[in-house]
Design a protein around this ligand. Sequence first.
Ligand code: PMP
Length: 363
Amino acid sequence: MSISQLARANVLALEPYQSARRLGGKGDVWLNANEYPLPPTIEARPGNLNRYPACQPEGVINNYAAYAGLRPEQVLACRGADEAIELLIRAFCEPGQDAILFCPPTYGMYSVSAETFGVARFTVPARDDWQLDMTAIEARLDGVKLVYICSPNNPTGNVIRPQDIKRLLELTRGRALVVADEAYIEFCPQATLAGWLADYPHLVILRTLSKAFALAGLRCGFALADEQVIQLLLKVIAPYPLSQPVADIAEQALGAEGLALMRARVAEINATRQWLAAALAACDCVREVYPSAANYLLARFDPASNAFRALWDQGIILRDQSAQPGLRDCLRITIGTRDEAERVVNALRALASPADSARKEAM
Ligand code: PMP
């Protein structure tokens, strides 16, 4: 019997998430994974590595609770928001029976995690303005245990209207959990739903240190929820999810100084985003730049410009979103340093405009 005959059928059929690292590329301007462009200054303390770490390190949990304005009992620390996406499916969805629901175009891991566990995926495409199609969602809730809503949404950058999420919470009460993925919330902190946890015990919020905290390499994220939800997630999490060095660095990043540095980064990234949005809009090959509340911009390009490939060949690596519904010819550009943003714009300006190409062909 071959190894593949031993594997689960849904794993054999699974197409793994195409992370920016898996996609590869050779570049010196990496704008395809929504990371912060520069490493943070961290003083690593060598902990007692002969001992197992705490499952939920107190310093990390207490600091995150204080930062989010919650009680420590409402906070779960894990290996990135990606692990929280998966833990929720493992704790709440019966394979072959329950479903998750999400609204493409959106982050790809909701689908991959559900597929891994043999849990059905219902999709309700977002409307043309990338807000929730509430009527279609309401009609599709039977059998759904988890509704994943990403706000600001990756890759479109828009914040989901709070009144729609409130309506969704009313519709799902006693039936399903609503998971608000706030991976990018630091770039628009006023949009957080953390204040709603007190009223909605079936709301879960996902957070991460990978974006505004500049710690994607650390692998640390959080689920914020009612204590009962956190207790269920603790039943299925690995015994030692965070290594001691991760816990030490996360605790430091969430201290007063770490938070001040994070807020300074956010101000700088938001200013660069504004500059880049205006500069892109003035490029011949760009058809539309969409408003964004996060550390990336989505733009639709003239297909004739071959912008993705042309910049890739120059070592400027962007993220092609063409395969997502409604995003043909769209590229997502992470906001890095101002220098990197200028490299992108200069490279785009140097591309032959469609009019130039037509003229050349006529000659
Ligand atoms: N949610 C969204 C919307 C994301 O874009 C990402 C990272 N790309 C994640 C979750 C996962 O983040 P983490 O690095 O914390 O696993």
